[in-house]
Design a protein around this ligand. Structure first.
Ligand code: HEC
Ligand code: HEC
Length: 376
């Protein structure tokens, strides 16, 4: 504790010295940018300075930047698999073989049957076609989670899966899987996503090879624009982005005449809950079943309330007493509405509003009724 205090004290003192020095050195000199920033500047050339230190001795060293890789080295490193099959090696593996490898090398992170969890991505959340629908409808049922973005629902090309597993998995030991193992793992991934190839279920016995792999159709294959694949990829991208309507929510009207009114028409669909809405019940009841009468009126004891709030005047001679028929006859001649009103809002003749109580209007009326009934 003492040490920390000392340090703070020392650095404060040091700062004070720096400030003093700063002011002292620059008396009468306008501060330059360098001094304001407090940074360090290094000489560059011709008396100029810059933020980086330039090692002028560099020409005296020979720097070894390695060598150009051999063709074999390059090919071993270049493992891309393209969607048209470029780079995809021959090989094969079955779903059940894939399951074995998965149980050994993947399950600890990606969970049973690719269910994910523990911070690692799921490889499936069920039937790929069904999950794909969640991208359009947001929710299959009102209480379900939102869009499911997993391999089966979201990925446009299976080649990405093949290459991802080969190149990047298993996470701690990348590049250790054989091509056959990757085929098997891809087959297993298709299986847990309940996918088909060429109309055939990818069941436990299914053996995946290069030829069958190239027939895989992802549910999301047409979801992505522009199409960047193949030799026309770059041109597709150029065309796509040269049309603003493709990436905004608005589109200019046909004819391209400049216009000042109703020039835009919406082109973006608003996503929302489109199914099951009729079965939606709001959490709060829409029925209005408030009590018929104001609070307390049903069990309200007018006699007791009179004793508490009114008797101090009305039973003491300061105000007309209940039962004083003569007095109340005159009062009641005004009509009941006026009498109620006077009791609630008070009178200039000495009746305070509600007798000074915090009773409700309804309660005051009930007491008035109580008084009046005894005075008829
Ligand atoms: C040590 C944990 C670990 C192991 C073991 C592991 N993975 Fe992964 N995997 C990850 C992580 C982390 C990511 C996400 C990486 C990222 O998004 O950058 C991932 C991502 C993936 C993806 C992409 C998922 C997506 O939707 O983005 C696939 C497919 C995959 N792994 C397959 C496998 C396979 C097959 C195995 C077994 C051979 C395996 N993984 C083993 C940690 C692991
Ligand atoms: C501080 C004294 C005082 C209290 C407390 C009081 N009153 Fe009065 N009240 C009067 C006086 C004085 C009058 C007569 C003058 C008047 O009629 O305005 C009166 C008159 C009335 C009248 C007749 C009003 C009219 O139309 O002339 C009613 C009804 C009445 N009181 C009801 C009540 C009730 C109910 C309470 C209790 C909740 C109550 N009073 C408490 C002083 C009081």
């Amino acid at each position: 504790m003492i040490k920390i205090t000392n340090k703070l004290f020392l650095s404060a003192a040091a700062a004070a010295i720096v400030v003093a020095g700063f002011i002292g050195c620059n008396e009468g000199v306008a501060p330059t940018k360098q001094e304001i920033d407090g940074g360090i500047s290094y000489p560059v050339a011709n008396g100029k300075t810059g933020p980086y230190y330039v090692n002028t001795q560099v020409e005296n060293y020979s720097i070894n930047n390695g060598r150009t890789p051999t063709k074999d080295e390059y090919n071993a490193w270049n493992t891309d698999v393209m969607s048209d099959g470029t780079g995809l090696p021959e090989g094969q593996g079955s779903v059940s073989e894939g399951e074995e490898v998965y149980e050994e090398k993947c399950v600890m992170c990606h969970g049973d049957f690719g269910s994910g969890g523990g911070g690692y991505p799921a490889l499936s959340k069920g039937n790929a076609e069904e999950m794909h629908k969640t991208l359009t409808y947001q929710r299959l049922t009102p209480d379900a989670d939102g869009p499911k973005r997993f391999f089966g629902s979201f990925w446009a090309t299976p080649s990405t899966l093949w290459w991802y597993i080969k190149d990047g998995m298993p996470h701690p030991a990348t590049g250790t899987l054989t091509d056959d193992e990757v085929y098997a793992l891809v087959a297993y991934t298709l299986n847990i996503n309940e996918m088909q190839i060429d109309g055939e279920d990818v069941d436990d016995e299914y053996v995946l090879d290069r030829e069958k792999f190239l027939k895989i159709k992802m549910p999301a294959k047409d979801d992505y624009v522009p199409n960047i694949d193949g030799p026309n990829g770059v041109e597709n991208v150029r065309k796509y982005y040269s049309n603003p309507a493709n990436f905004g929510a608005i589109r200019l009207k046909k004819g391209e005449e400049p216009c000042m009114k109703d020039c835009q028409e919406p082109t973006a669909k608003v996503a929302g809950i489109t199914v099951g809405i009729s079965e939606f019940y709001p959490p709060l009841s829409a029925a209005r079943d408030l009590p018929q009468e104001e609070e307390g009126s049903a069990s309200f004891d007018a006699k007791a309330a009179y004793a508490e709030s009114c008797a101090m005047c009305h039973d003491t001679g300061a105000a007309p007493a209940p039962g004083d028929k003569a007095a109340w006859e005159g009062i009641l001649a005004q009509g009941m509405d006026t009498v109620y009103n006077n009791a609630i809002h008070g009178t200039d003749a000495g009746m305070p509003a509600k007798g000074g109580s915090s009773l409700s209007d309804k309660q005051v009326k009930l007491i008035v009724d109580y008084i009046v009934n005894q005075s008829k």
